[in-house]
Write a new protein. Structure first.
Length: 226
């Protein structure tokens, strides 16, 4: 989705569609869809959807890793909206995002609320390759990013940690500072080069460790963003 509003604002959808055949992390439960009510039988339609809180494009709260960490509703609505940029990391020499890969972008990061990491891995969405060998931040690079006053960090991969990690060290670095993590983003190539407003509103679920989000980018229309 890439639409211009009458106000001159432009919007890009950064979220994957939640659907019965959507990819899900190996070892977890797949989403289940059913239609208990239909227009033909009941005069109205309703779907029943069963899915984990970390399905599709979603947000991790500190409570995802830390028993005493804040849940999403405890963080509050302002934590999910703010200024952002996308860092283009599609030409990484390896599947580790190192300090040297981030330093060229340092001048862009001061004063921002969010930074989104574009690795290009979303091209594998729907294939088994999506779940293995995706780029992850080194511990040093994560600590460096955590030194900024971000509300959140997003990525176009399934996780901030390697697929076989049980300690989840990168998650811990960010979530310990109440920096929410947004995973499984898409369409980041459509918002490169300019600062924009990032909205990633999670479902309003009580005491939740995470939730699906509808992540979008908003900015005032510019000629080069057609």
């Amino acid at each position: 989705m890439n639409k211009t509003f009458p106000s001159g604002m432009r919007v890009v959808d950064l979220s994957h569609t939640i659907a019965p055949d959507m990819p899900y992390f190996p070892g977890t439960e797949p989403p289940v869809f059913s239609r208990p009510f239909t227009v033909a039988s009941h005069g109205f339609a309703e779907q029943k959807i069963t899915l984990l809180t970390h399905s599709g494009t979603h947000m991790d709260a500190p409570a995802h890793i830390f028993a005493a960490g804040p849940t999403l509703e405890q963080l509050g609505l302002p934590h999910f909206v703010g200024s952002a940029v996308v860092l283009d990391l599609t030409r990484l020499p390896a599947n580790v995002i190192a300090m040297d890969d981030l330093r060229p972008f340092q001048h862009l990061l001061a004063g921002l609320d969010f930074v989104l990491l574009r690795t290009g891995w979303c091209e594998h969405w729907g294939n088994p390759a999506y779940f293995r060998d995706y780029p992850v931040l080194s511990a040093a690079a994560a600590q460096w990013l955590a030194g900024f006053n971000f509300k959140g960090i997003g990525v176009d991969t399934i996780s901030f940690d390697a697929h076989d990690s049980s300690a989840l060290p990168i998650h811990r670095i960010f979530l310990a500072k109440n920096i929410v993590l947004i995973e499984n983003l898409v369409n980041l190539e459509k918002v490169l080069a300019n600062e924009f407003v990032f909205c990633c509103l999670p479902l309003k679920i009580a005491e939740t460790d995470g939730a699906p989000v509808r992540a979008i980018a908003l900015w005032r229309n510019r000629d080069k963003k057609k």
